[in-house]
Design a protein around this ligand. Structure first.
Ligand code: HEC
Length: 153
């Protein structure tokens, strides 16, 4: 019996890895499709759309928010963000109502694993938890809020 469960465990390992790969591929596909909305400001290559001296949005490449604590990234997407003002034509609007948990997870996984980024996958279950975690937060994320969240970690 002992040997059988040992081999069963060995056989299960690669299939778990394959299931993870398939789940990630699906999230990346959903994320890529939904990034079309983001691309209006962040650009299809995630580098940020420039309008004269101003920007529509910042680059996703090597962004601390994109690649850092996924809970903070989720909050930025759910509530929007307005930290600098001057550099950008406008703030980023709240997008929580435009995406279900799977789309939110997909977009998060996509930006964390595109444009030179290689950070962890965010599942729909994670996205659901983040929505619950931030449900009483109102208004866009400010620089003060980001500092507060960074200090808590
Ligand atoms: C209407 C334009 C617009 C759209 C659409 C938009 N954003 Fe933004 N986004 C911005 C602006 C402007 C900022 C910077 C705001 C600031 O820092 O004051 C920003 C900031 C961010 C940041 C923080 C980056 C950093 O390093 O500071 C992330 C992450 C982000 N956006 C992701 C997304 C994703 C993902 C989508 C699509 C679901 C999206 N945005 C849609 C304009 C937009």
């Amino acid at each position: 019996m002992k040997n059988i469960s040992f081999f069963a465990a060995l056989l299960a390992l690669p299939s778990i890895a394959l299931a993870d790969d398939a789940a990630k591929a699906k999230l990346m596909e959903i994320g890529k499709a939904n990034f079309a909305v983001c691309a209006a400001c962040h650009g299809p290559e995630g580098k940020g759309v420039v309008m004269g001296a101003m920007k529509m949005g910042p680059t996703m490449e090597a962004s601390k928010i994109v690649n850092g604590d996924p809970a903070v990234l989720a909050l930025v997407l759910l509530n929007g963000i307005q930290k600098e003002g001057a550099e950008y034509i406008g703030p980023m609007a709240a997008m929580g109502a435009t995406m279900d948990d799977e789309k939110l997870a997909g977009v998060m996984t996509y930006v964390r694993n595109s444009f030179g980024n290689a950070s962890s996958v965010v599942t729909a279950e994670d996205a659901k938890k983040f929505r619950e975690q931030w449900k009483s937060m109102t208004g866009p994320v400010s620089r003060a809020k980001l500092t507060e969240l960074g200090e808590k970690k």
